[in-house]
Design a protein around this ligand. Structure first.
Ligand code: NI
Length: 173
């Protein structure tokens, strides 16, 4: 039985660290972090999670776009574990869209993100994967990627007026 982890909350130092690259994808340590991330995410209404959010400063994220109570109109994408992810924008165009974060409960904000990106990562077998992501899923990736750089979504907000209480957000959408 995999342990559920507490989710680090804004102010926790681990959320502000540059996460370390994974050097051994198939190690027991890496496997345990992945299992804990999967279990912890599955227990939430989130659409993604990054290892620093369970206090592991290592470059592992899960992107799991699905319709949930938190993101009712999210498209379905199988939960994908991405190790040492990186990306390049395929457009200069950024679009503002609503984001929230399990580490910053009860807050939503409009964040500008690239609408099309090319990503690279290692899968759980250590195989290099490359794919293109668009729109909402690209947004989730960029949000989780930022966690690995010690950034949270509020850092990318253009204007404080783009930050709202979740209760107000649900009246807007
Ligand atoms: Ni987050």
């Amino acid at each position: 039985m995999t342990e559920l982890r507490d989710i680090a909350q804004l102010g926790a130092k681990v959320l502000r660290l540059q996460a370390e690259a994974v050097t051994d994808v198939r190690s027991e340590e890496t496997r345990l972090v992945i299992a804990a991330l999967q279990a912890t995410l599955a227990n939430t209404q989130g659409v993604g999670i990054a290892a620093p959010q369970i206090s592991e400063s290592t470059q592992i994220i899960i992107v799991a776009s699905r319709s949930t109570a938190r993101y009712p109109s999210a498209p379905l994408m199988p939960a994908t574990v991405m190790i040492n992810p990186r990306f390049a924008p395929l457009t200069e165009h950024k679009e503002k869209g609503w984001e929230g974060c399990l580490s910053i409960p009860s807050i939503r904000a409009l964040v500008p993100r690239y609408t099309a990106i090319k990503i690279h990562y290692l899968d759980e077998q250590g195989t290099e994967q490359t794919t293109e992501l668009h729109d909402f899923v690209a947004r989730v990736f960029q949000h989780e990627f930022d966690h690995l750089q010690g950034k949270v979504f509020l850092d990318s907000v253009e204007n404080n007026q783009d930050i709202v209480a979740e209760s107000e957000y649900f009246k807007l959408v």
